[in-house]
Design a protein around this ligand. Structure first.
Ligand code: FES
Length: 316
Protein backbone atom coordinates (compact mmCIF):
# COMPACT_ATOMS: atom_id res chain seq x y z
CA UNK A 1 0.00 0.00 0.00
CA UNK A 2 1.49 3.32 -1.08
CA UNK A 3 1.62 5.92 1.68
CA UNK A 4 1.34 9.60 0.87
CA UNK A 5 2.70 12.35 3.06
CA UNK A 6 0.32 15.24 3.62
CA UNK A 7 0.37 18.37 5.72
CA UNK A 8 -2.61 19.54 7.73
CA UNK A 9 -3.38 22.85 6.02
CA UNK A 10 -6.60 23.72 7.86
CA UNK A 11 -8.48 22.53 10.91
CA UNK A 12 -11.97 23.83 11.67
CA UNK A 13 -14.71 22.91 14.12
CA UNK A 14 -17.80 21.89 12.17
CA UNK A 15 -20.11 20.83 15.01
CA UNK A 16 -19.93 19.59 18.58
CA UNK A 17 -17.00 17.14 18.67
CA UNK A 18 -16.52 17.21 14.89
CA UNK A 19 -13.42 18.68 13.24
CA UNK A 20 -12.69 19.10 9.55
CA UNK A 21 -9.12 18.70 8.32
CA UNK A 22 -7.80 19.89 4.97
CA UNK A 23 -4.83 17.79 3.88
CA UNK A 24 -2.44 18.91 1.15
CA UNK A 25 0.79 17.64 -0.33
CA UNK A 26 3.73 19.40 1.43
CA UNK A 27 5.23 20.28 -1.97
CA UNK A 28 1.90 21.20 -3.60
CA UNK A 29 1.89 18.08 -5.78
CA UNK A 30 -1.37 16.82 -7.18
CA UNK A 31 -2.83 14.11 -4.96
CA UNK A 32 -4.10 10.78 -6.33
CA UNK A 33 -7.62 11.23 -7.68
CA UNK A 34 -10.75 9.89 -6.04
CA UNK A 35 -14.42 9.40 -6.77
CA UNK A 36 -17.43 10.52 -4.75
CA UNK A 37 -17.94 8.28 -1.71
CA UNK A 38 -14.25 7.32 -1.41
CA UNK A 39 -12.25 7.14 1.80
CA UNK A 40 -8.59 7.25 2.83
CA UNK A 41 -6.68 5.67 5.68
CA UNK A 42 -5.05 8.04 8.15
CA UNK A 43 -1.91 6.57 9.70
CA UNK A 44 -2.13 8.23 13.08
CA UNK A 45 0.76 9.29 15.37
CA UNK A 46 -0.30 6.70 17.97
CA UNK A 47 0.21 3.87 15.49
CA UNK A 48 -3.46 3.29 14.72
CA UNK A 49 -4.89 3.31 11.20
CA UNK A 50 -8.37 4.71 10.68
CA UNK A 51 -10.54 5.18 7.62
CA UNK A 52 -12.28 8.49 6.93
CA UNK A 53 -14.47 9.47 3.99
CA UNK A 54 -13.40 12.28 1.72
CA UNK A 55 -15.91 15.11 1.89
CA UNK A 56 -14.60 17.49 -0.74
CA UNK A 57 -15.37 17.72 -4.44
CA UNK A 58 -13.62 14.86 -6.23
CA UNK A 59 -12.61 17.34 -8.94
CA UNK A 60 -10.24 19.01 -6.44
CA UNK A 61 -6.84 17.46 -7.00
CA UNK A 62 -4.92 19.63 -4.54
CA UNK A 63 -6.49 18.45 -1.30
CA UNK A 64 -8.21 15.78 0.71
CA UNK A 65 -10.79 16.89 3.24
CA UNK A 66 -12.08 14.70 6.07
CA UNK A 67 -14.37 15.34 9.01
CA UNK A 68 -13.85 13.35 12.18
CA UNK A 69 -16.30 12.89 15.01
CA UNK A 70 -14.80 12.25 18.44
CA UNK A 71 -16.33 8.97 19.52
CA UNK A 72 -17.95 8.95 22.96
CA UNK A 73 -15.92 5.84 23.69
CA UNK A 74 -12.93 6.20 21.40
CA UNK A 75 -10.75 3.18 20.73
CA UNK A 76 -7.94 5.67 20.20
CA UNK A 77 -8.47 6.79 16.61
CA UNK A 78 -10.84 9.75 16.74
CA UNK A 79 -9.38 10.94 20.07
CA UNK A 80 -5.92 10.97 18.50
CA UNK A 81 -7.20 13.03 15.56
CA UNK A 82 -8.87 15.55 17.86
CA UNK A 83 -6.05 15.76 20.37
CA UNK A 84 -2.92 15.66 18.20
CA UNK A 85 -3.59 16.64 14.58
CA UNK A 86 -3.11 20.36 14.21
CA UNK A 87 -2.33 22.80 11.42
CA UNK A 88 1.23 22.34 10.16
CA UNK A 89 1.44 18.71 11.30
CA UNK A 90 2.50 16.08 8.79
CA UNK A 91 0.94 12.61 8.58
CA UNK A 92 0.72 9.78 6.10
CA UNK A 93 -2.44 8.68 4.34
CA UNK A 94 -3.29 5.94 1.90
CA UNK A 95 -4.43 6.39 -1.65
CA UNK A 96 -8.23 6.77 -1.85
CA UNK A 97 -10.41 3.68 -2.15
CA UNK A 98 -14.11 3.54 -2.84
CA UNK A 99 -16.52 0.89 -1.59
CA UNK A 100 -19.49 3.24 -1.82
CA UNK A 101 -19.47 4.64 -5.32
CA UNK A 102 -22.52 5.96 -7.17
CA UNK A 103 -23.66 3.18 -9.45
CA UNK A 104 -23.91 4.03 -13.14
CA UNK A 105 -27.26 4.34 -14.88
CA UNK A 106 -28.90 6.80 -12.48
CA UNK A 107 -29.19 10.57 -12.38
CA UNK A 108 -31.52 10.82 -9.38
CA UNK A 109 -30.54 9.81 -5.87
CA UNK A 110 -31.96 9.64 -2.37
CA UNK A 111 -29.34 10.09 0.32
CA UNK A 112 -29.83 9.19 3.98
CA UNK A 113 -27.16 10.27 6.46
CA UNK A 114 -27.08 9.63 10.19
CA UNK A 115 -24.69 11.77 12.23
CA UNK A 116 -21.13 11.69 10.92
CA UNK A 117 -22.43 9.43 8.13
CA UNK A 118 -22.95 12.69 6.27
CA UNK A 119 -19.28 12.64 5.22
CA UNK A 120 -19.34 10.33 2.15
CA UNK A 121 -22.76 11.72 1.23
CA UNK A 122 -21.31 15.23 1.12
CA UNK A 123 -18.90 14.37 -1.69
CA UNK A 124 -21.73 12.58 -3.53
CA UNK A 125 -23.90 15.68 -3.29
CA UNK A 126 -21.07 17.84 -4.63
CA UNK A 127 -20.65 15.40 -7.53
CA UNK A 128 -24.39 15.38 -8.30
CA UNK A 129 -24.42 19.17 -8.24
CA UNK A 130 -21.52 19.32 -10.70
CA UNK A 131 -23.58 17.20 -13.12
CA UNK A 132 -26.95 18.84 -12.42
CA UNK A 133 -28.28 15.49 -11.21
CA UNK A 134 -31.33 15.46 -8.95
CA UNK A 135 -30.91 14.39 -5.36
CA UNK A 136 -32.59 14.56 -2.00
CA UNK A 137 -31.10 14.16 1.44
CA UNK A 138 -32.59 13.03 4.73
CA UNK A 139 -30.12 14.07 7.41
CA UNK A 140 -30.65 12.59 10.89
CA UNK A 141 -28.81 13.70 14.01
CA UNK A 142 -29.30 13.75 17.75
CA UNK A 143 -29.40 17.55 17.72
CA UNK A 144 -28.51 20.44 15.46
CA UNK A 145 -25.37 21.19 17.43
CA UNK A 146 -24.15 17.63 16.74
CA UNK A 147 -24.81 17.89 13.00
CA UNK A 148 -21.96 19.07 10.77
CA UNK A 149 -22.40 21.13 7.60
CA UNK A 150 -26.00 22.14 8.40
CA UNK A 151 -25.64 25.66 6.98
CA UNK A 152 -24.12 24.46 3.72
CA UNK A 153 -26.72 21.75 3.29
CA UNK A 154 -29.61 23.90 4.41
CA UNK A 155 -28.77 26.35 1.62
CA UNK A 156 -29.92 23.77 -0.93
CA UNK A 157 -33.48 24.29 0.28
CA UNK A 158 -36.17 22.30 2.07
CA UNK A 159 -37.31 20.58 -1.10
CA UNK A 160 -33.94 18.82 -1.27
CA UNK A 161 -32.65 18.63 2.30
CA UNK A 162 -34.77 17.40 5.17
CA UNK A 163 -33.30 17.57 8.65
CA UNK A 164 -34.51 15.45 11.53
CA UNK A 165 -33.10 16.28 14.96
CA UNK A 166 -34.12 13.77 17.61
CA UNK A 167 -34.16 16.30 20.44
CA UNK A 168 -36.40 18.76 18.56
CA UNK A 169 -38.71 16.03 17.27
CA UNK A 170 -38.79 14.24 20.60
CA UNK A 171 -38.35 10.89 18.86
CA UNK A 172 -36.20 9.00 16.39
CA UNK A 173 -37.07 9.21 12.71
CA UNK A 174 -39.58 6.58 11.61
CA UNK A 175 -38.84 5.19 8.16
CA UNK A 176 -42.35 3.69 8.03
CA UNK A 177 -43.81 7.20 8.29
CA UNK A 178 -45.69 8.13 5.10
CA UNK A 179 -43.70 11.38 4.93
CA UNK A 180 -40.63 9.40 3.91
CA UNK A 181 -41.21 9.03 0.19
CA UNK A 182 -38.62 7.91 -2.31
CA UNK A 183 -39.51 8.20 -5.97
CA UNK A 184 -39.72 4.91 -7.87
CA UNK A 185 -36.46 3.57 -9.30
CA UNK A 186 -34.38 6.01 -7.27
CA UNK A 187 -31.50 4.31 -5.42
CA UNK A 188 -30.87 5.07 -1.76
CA UNK A 189 -27.33 5.70 -0.49
CA UNK A 190 -27.11 5.47 3.26
CA UNK A 191 -24.40 5.98 5.84
CA UNK A 192 -24.97 6.19 9.56
CA UNK A 193 -25.31 4.15 12.72
CA UNK A 194 -26.59 0.58 12.55
CA UNK A 195 -30.24 1.34 13.46
CA UNK A 196 -30.46 3.83 10.56
CA UNK A 197 -28.79 1.40 8.15
CA UNK A 198 -31.07 -1.42 9.25
CA UNK A 199 -34.18 0.75 8.90
CA UNK A 200 -33.17 1.81 5.38
CA UNK A 201 -32.43 -1.81 4.50
CA UNK A 202 -35.93 -2.79 5.65
CA UNK A 203 -37.45 0.11 3.69
CA UNK A 204 -35.58 -1.01 0.57
CA UNK A 205 -36.68 -4.62 1.01
CA UNK A 206 -40.31 -3.39 1.15
CA UNK A 207 -39.66 -1.17 -1.92
CA UNK A 208 -37.49 -3.26 -4.25
CA UNK A 209 -37.58 -0.50 -6.87
CA UNK A 210 -35.42 1.52 -4.46
CA UNK A 211 -32.15 -0.43 -4.14
CA UNK A 212 -30.08 0.61 -1.13
CA UNK A 213 -26.31 0.96 -0.87
CA UNK A 214 -24.50 1.26 2.43
CA UNK A 215 -21.19 2.46 3.85
CA UNK A 216 -20.49 0.97 7.28
CA UNK A 217 -18.21 2.89 9.62
CA UNK A 218 -18.31 0.21 12.28
CA UNK A 219 -19.68 -3.31 12.44
CA UNK A 220 -23.39 -3.56 13.29
CA UNK A 221 -23.91 -3.35 17.03
CA UNK A 222 -25.52 -6.77 17.08
CA UNK A 223 -23.44 -9.24 15.12
CA UNK A 224 -24.93 -12.70 14.82
CA UNK A 225 -22.18 -15.03 15.94
CA UNK A 226 -21.60 -17.32 13.01
CA UNK A 227 -20.01 -20.65 13.65
CA UNK A 228 -16.55 -20.89 12.14
CA UNK A 229 -15.01 -24.09 10.90
CA UNK A 230 -11.62 -24.85 9.44
CA UNK A 231 -10.89 -25.08 5.73
CA UNK A 232 -7.96 -25.09 3.30
CA UNK A 233 -6.64 -22.29 1.11
CA UNK A 234 -4.53 -22.90 -1.96
CA UNK A 235 -2.30 -20.04 -3.08
CA UNK A 236 -2.55 -20.04 -6.84
CA UNK A 237 0.81 -18.44 -7.62
CA UNK A 238 2.90 -20.93 -5.64
CA UNK A 239 0.54 -23.87 -5.24
CA UNK A 240 1.00 -23.69 -1.44
CA UNK A 241 -1.78 -25.30 0.58
CA UNK A 242 -2.50 -23.88 4.05
CA UNK A 243 -5.03 -24.80 6.72
CA UNK A 244 -7.20 -22.04 8.22
CA UNK A 245 -8.35 -23.19 11.64
CA UNK A 246 -11.69 -22.13 13.08
CA UNK A 247 -10.09 -19.57 15.42
CA UNK A 248 -8.00 -17.71 12.81
CA UNK A 249 -8.70 -15.62 9.73
CA UNK A 250 -7.21 -16.27 6.31
CA UNK A 251 -5.22 -13.05 6.75
CA UNK A 252 -3.78 -14.18 10.08
CA UNK A 253 -2.76 -17.55 8.66
CA UNK A 254 -1.04 -15.90 5.71
CA UNK A 255 0.77 -13.44 7.98
CA UNK A 256 1.96 -16.30 10.16
CA UNK A 257 3.52 -17.79 7.04
CA UNK A 258 5.39 -14.61 6.20
CA UNK A 259 3.07 -13.03 3.67
CA UNK A 260 2.89 -9.24 3.85
CA UNK A 261 -0.54 -8.29 2.58
CA UNK A 262 -2.41 -5.01 2.46
CA UNK A 263 -4.88 -4.64 5.27
CA UNK A 264 -6.25 -1.86 7.39
CA UNK A 265 -9.41 -2.24 9.47
CA UNK A 266 -9.28 -6.05 9.95
CA UNK A 267 -13.04 -5.88 10.51
CA UNK A 268 -14.36 -6.33 6.98
CA UNK A 269 -15.23 -2.67 6.46
CA UNK A 270 -12.51 -0.92 4.46
CA UNK A 271 -11.93 -3.20 1.46
CA UNK A 272 -8.12 -3.04 1.71
CA UNK A 273 -7.62 -6.80 1.94
CA UNK A 274 -9.89 -7.63 -1.01
CA UNK A 275 -8.48 -10.72 -2.70
CA UNK A 276 -9.40 -12.43 -5.95
CA UNK A 277 -10.93 -15.88 -5.65
CA UNK A 278 -9.91 -18.31 -8.39
CA UNK A 279 -11.99 -21.26 -7.22
CA UNK A 280 -14.15 -22.32 -4.29
CA UNK A 281 -17.08 -20.66 -2.54
CA UNK A 282 -16.41 -17.82 -0.07
CA UNK A 283 -18.48 -17.34 3.07
CA UNK A 284 -18.69 -13.53 2.98
CA UNK A 285 -18.69 -11.80 6.37
CA UNK A 286 -17.67 -8.28 5.34
CA UNK A 287 -19.63 -5.03 5.04
CA UNK A 288 -18.10 -3.96 1.72
CA UNK A 289 -19.31 -6.20 -1.10
CA UNK A 290 -22.74 -5.78 -2.61
CA UNK A 291 -25.23 -8.62 -2.79
CA UNK A 292 -24.37 -9.13 -6.44
CA UNK A 293 -20.62 -9.17 -5.77
CA UNK A 294 -21.16 -11.74 -3.05
CA UNK A 295 -23.24 -13.91 -5.33
CA UNK A 296 -20.58 -13.79 -8.07
CA UNK A 297 -17.91 -14.65 -5.48
CA UNK A 298 -14.89 -13.46 -7.48
CA UNK A 299 -13.38 -11.50 -4.58
CA UNK A 300 -13.47 -11.66 -0.79
CA UNK A 301 -12.20 -9.80 2.28
CA UNK A 302 -9.71 -12.21 3.78
CA UNK A 303 -9.63 -10.46 7.18
CA UNK A 304 -13.09 -11.75 8.11
CA UNK A 305 -14.60 -13.92 5.36
CA UNK A 306 -14.26 -17.66 5.34
CA UNK A 307 -15.13 -20.60 3.08
CA UNK A 308 -18.26 -22.57 2.35
CA UNK A 309 -16.25 -25.02 0.25
CA UNK A 310 -13.54 -27.28 1.66
CA UNK A 311 -10.87 -25.43 -0.35
CA UNK A 312 -10.55 -21.85 -1.58
CA UNK A 313 -8.07 -21.08 -4.32
CA UNK A 314 -6.85 -17.50 -3.93
CA UNK A 315 -4.94 -15.23 -6.29
CA UNK A 316 -1.95 -14.93 -3.98
S1 FES B 1 -8.62 -5.10 6.21
FE1 FES B 1 -10.41 -3.88 5.98
S2 FES B 1 -11.79 -5.19 4.92
FE2 FES B 1 -10.11 -6.46 5.40
Amino acid sequence: MRKIQVVIAERTREAKDIVRLVLRSPNTEVLPSFTAGAHIDLFLPNGLTRQYSLINDCAEADRYEVAVSKAAVSRGGSACVHDTLNVGGVIEVSEPRNNFSLQPGHDRFQFVAGGIGITPILSMIRYCESRSWRWRLLYLARSRECAAFCDELGAYGEDRVRFHFDDAAGRLFDFADPSFIVEPRVPIYCCGPAPVMNAVGEFSSRHPENPAYFEWFSPPAVVEPKAASGFEIKLNRSGTLLHVPENKSILEVLEEHGYELSCSCREGMCGTCETNVIDGVPDHRDYVLSGNERAVGRTMMICVSRAKSAVLVLDI
